[in-house]
Design a protein around this ligand. Structure first.
Ligand SMILES: C[S@@+](CC[C@H](N)C(=O)[O-])C[C@H]1O[C@@H](n2cnc3c(N)ncnc32)[C@H](O)[C@@H]1O
Length: 218
């Protein structure tokens, strides 16, 4: 995505702090491009669980993806900021954002995104959310997860420090609850019959982030 497109998306948000965050995030985080690459060619609605301010939806639309987008997040402030951005973009017909907990998914079947969300749920809720997400996957749909994974390396410790500051700043009230291992993410998906690929996705960050993509066996 070029600079002009990033600036146009950032300009949809309320204030200079949000706009700076959006510009920086779109410029430095490879997750939106990775998701767009997977979703290309399979036209299905997208359910974005823990959507924050809806950046994935705007990124996809700017890349020419026109399928309906529904973003859910339990943080009312982020949803309100995201809804205002959708209105300013004139995208009300294709993008919707709703305040909801990840446990309350609407009856939608399509692609599912879960980007940097899992570790904010307690360990006991994570396999439940993964199994529920699988039930909302269309037969051709992709489940796209990006998450920090628990590993004994310096990147994991750098991530924990970042999460401390995210919580202290109030951006993520409650903060991280449990960092899953690769096996803790993989097992519920494979048990549900999905083929799972896990690969590092760090961009230029020091964080221990991975992309997990899963789809039904065909
Ligand atoms: C790091 S942000 C990621 C936002 C977005 N997925 C992205 O990558 O641009 C994590 C988001 O997960 C949301 N979240 C955490 N726990 C949640 C839950 N139980 N239900 C819904 N949203 C949740 C937070 O409010 C926050 O907006």
């Amino acid at each position: 995505m070029d600079r002009a497109a990033r600036q146009r998306i950032a300009g949809l948000y309320d204030n200079p702090v949000q706009r700076g965050y959006v510009q920086g995030k779109l410029a430095s985080d490879p997750v939106y491009a990775a998701a767009a690459a997977r979703l290309a060619g399979v036209s299905l609605p997208l359910l974005d669980i823990g959507c924050g301010i809806g950046l994935l939806g705007h990124y996809l639309h700017a890349q020419g993806h026109t399928q309906p987008y529904l973003g859910l997040d339990h943080d009312a402030r982020k949803i309100a900021a995201g809804q205002r951005a959708v209105q300013r973009a004139g995208l009300d017909a294709t993008m919707r954002l709703q305040q909801a907990d990840a446990a309350e998914l609407p009856p939608l079947q399509g692609h599912i995104a879960l980007l940097d969300v899992l570790h904010y749920l307690p360990a006991a809720r994570q396999p439940d959310l993964l199994r529920t997400a699988v039930r909302h996957l269309a037969p051709e749909g992709w489940l796209i997860i990006r998450n920090v994974l628990r590993e004994p390396n310096w990147r994991f410790h750098a991530t924990r420090i970042e999460e401390f500051f995210l919580r202290a700043s109030g951006w993520i009230p409650g903060g991280a609850q449990h960092y899953p291992s690769a096996d803790e993410v993989r097992a519920p998906l494979e048990d549900a019959g999905l083929r799972v690929q896990i690969e590092p996705l760090r961009g230029r960050t020091p964080f221990n982030s991975y992309l997990v993509v899963a789809q039904a066996h065909r």
